[in-house]
Design a protein around this ligand. Sequence first.
Ligand code: ADP
Ligand code: MG
Length: 262
Amino acid sequence: MAGREEFHPLRLTPTHRRYNFMQRLLSSNQYRVARNMTLIAEDLHKVFATRHGSLTVLRGISLSLTRGDALAIMGPSGSGKSTLLHILGTLDRPTRGRLIVDDIDPLSLSERELADFRNTRIGFIFQDHHLLPQLTVLENVLIPTVVQQTASLNATESWARQLLERVGLSGRLDHRPAELSGGERQRVAIARALVNHPLLLLADEPTGNLDRANARVITRLLLDLNQQEQTILVAVTHSAEMAAAFPRRLEMRDGQLIEMER
Ligand SMILES: Nc1ncnc2c1ncn2[C@@H]1O[C@H](COP(=O)(O)OP(=O)(O)O)[C@@H](O)[C@H]1O
Ligand SMILES: [Mg+2]
């Protein structure tokens, strides 16, 4: 009985509570920092079954990326860039090939485990930012943390605020998406994609709907955050200017990735 009383949360002293909180925080931080997490794709193929027969989109894609890497993928419309991002992000399965993210084979996980895996390791940024109109900027950024609470709510919210400050929106926390410009909404989407400290950040034409000045801001921001957070950044883009800012560029051609010259 005495033991049970000891663990009653309301009877914990502030120091105990602080200690519990720090322990959780530290264990999640160690988890993030201590390991050299990688993304390995081996010989990915993707064939879609269509009404007009089978359509081969990816024909042997291999990649080996580690924390801090940033990769731009270019290529004509319909060449399979989004298909590849979806497969790397575990939203779709390859027809053949192997994918290892953070030492785990996501293709071997159950749907539930996979949803968890995705939520804790992968951030997505799309051309259309898909913000929820009825939520504020801060609430939109916190959405991914609702499913998976790894740190305390206070720590999570403080991180979301930091990210919003980093993307230049600390004065807009209580605004709704409708009150923001396209570039600002895209910045909210970037903060949201980073809120769970993903290993892998996938961006599908993130500047596609933006003017040139905003596109530059977003490109710089993605690359800076890639270095600060040591994510693996894979961005699909039509913009030669955006691609030029990346340390490595690949082109999708005939279902394969080809290294582009500088
Ligand atoms: N679910 C699907 N079923 C059938 N065909 C698809 C599907 N998704 C994409 N495709 C086809 O695969 C090709 C590559 O598409 P996508 O990856 O979206 O190209 P990109 O992003 O480079 O423009 C296109 O011809 C597209 O029509
Ligand atoms: Mg696409």
